[in-house]
Design a protein around this ligand. Structure first.
Ligand code: FO1
Length: 327
């Protein structure tokens, strides 16, 4: 169960999944694990609830960075070098924008623009983010379900010593420089868990929920801030496993440990476990942190969680699935 082998037909082709795995994910780090899972699971077995707290409107276009990263990664189109956007991108639009004196702090590639234009006009015509994401995924040949956490607007705001910044202003324009005092998920109180997310969580095929190695504060907390999400996750009645985004006292990528320090939290895998305490049933710890395993007081699976290559992604995916089967 839960492996591609289990879904293979006699002809060697994968069959549709009888069991499903649901990942709660942000952008880059989460998408890497999702790609590994998509490659080792039977077709259709992977569902992903994606953070939309990073979404914003820029140059009149609705941008959904974590959805974009997940779509491009699972379609094999992601720009590995940048960590966001499309591979083989061209930048004529940005060059012309610069020559006109327009804003250039947030880069939109020529190919990437098509997705933002398409999504913006379909949202304006009344379609939901969920329906657009599902349709785009189908057009890109993705066989996993990519589900926004909500179809209602939620915006992550970062309160810093320099004032309150929109998430992308903080993350991209200010390069995570200003110290974070507090995070606020504007609109979350009134947001509803998307219908597709609720269905995926109630699906009788669901075997495990995985919290991706995304930034707990910036990427996972906005998802958990949607009223009813925590209850729906727990109510699914399957093991919930978090994968560490931290090795030693360093994040694999991005500002996770910087933000933890600024919020007064010791940057460590143990702090991440404490952050998710009450929600998770098990924790995937990096083998380099074996010495803290006993302090976790939950079932622990150790593995090398660094995902540099495609093989790494599959290896971590297999480790997570094995753990899910075991607890
Ligand atoms: N990240 C950057 O660091 N610089 C950019 O110019 C940038 C543009 C961009 C355009 C579309 C998109 O979907 C994502 C983009 N990102 C960019 C990534 C994004 O801002 C962050 O990685 C996420 O919001 C954090 O998960």
């Amino acid at each position: 169960m839960l492996s591609r082998e289990a879904g293979a037909t006699k002809s060697g082709q994968t069959s549709m999944a009888d069991d499903s795995i649901l990942v709660v994910s942000g952008g880059v780090g989460g998408a890497k694990l999702c790609l590994g899972l998509q490659r080792v699971l039977p077709e259709g077995a992977l569902r992903i609830i994606v953070n939309t707290g990073d979404d914003f409107t820029h140059l009149g276009l609705y941008i959904s960075p974590d959805l974009d990263t997940t779509l491009y990664t699972l379609a094999g189109l992601a720009n590995q070098e940048l960590g966001w956007g499309r591979d083989d991108e061209t930048w004529t639009f940005m060059r012309v924008m610069e020559s006109l004196g327009g804003p250039t702090w947030f880069k939109l590639g020529d190919g990437d623009l098509a997705l933002h234009v398409e999504r913006t006009q379909r949202l304006a015509a009344g379609e939901t983010l969920t329906s657009i994401a599902a349709d785009v995924a189908q057009h890109l040949g993705i066989r996993s379900r990519i589900i926004p956490m909500s179809d209602d607007p939620v915006s992550t705001l970062v309160q810093t010593a320099d004032g309150v910044l929109g998430f992308q202003e903080y993350f991209v324009r200010e390069r995570c420089g200003p110290a974070v005092i507090r995070l606020h998920f504007q609109g979350a109180e009134a947001a509803r868990v998307s219908v597709a997310a609720t269905q995926a969580l109630r699906d009788s095929s669901l075997r495990a929920i995985v919290i991706a190695p995304s930034n707990p504060y910036l990427s996972i907390d906005p998802i958990l801030a949607v009223p009813g999400m925590r209850t729906a996750l727990r109510g699914a009645g399957v093991p919930i496993i978090a994968v560490t985004p931290i090795i030693g006292d360093a994040a694999v990528k991005g500002p996770t440990t910087k933000i933890m320090r600024e919020l007064g939290v010791t940057p460590s895998a143990l702090s991440v476990v404490e952050h998710y305490r009450g929600l998770i049933d098990g924790f995937v710890l990096d083998a380099r942190d074996a010495s803290v395993a006993e302090q976790i007081q939950l079932p622990v699976q150790m593995c090398d969680t660094l995902m540099l290559t495609l093989d790494d992604r599959e290896r971590v995916a297999r480790c997570v699935l094995e753990f899910a089967r075991r607890i």
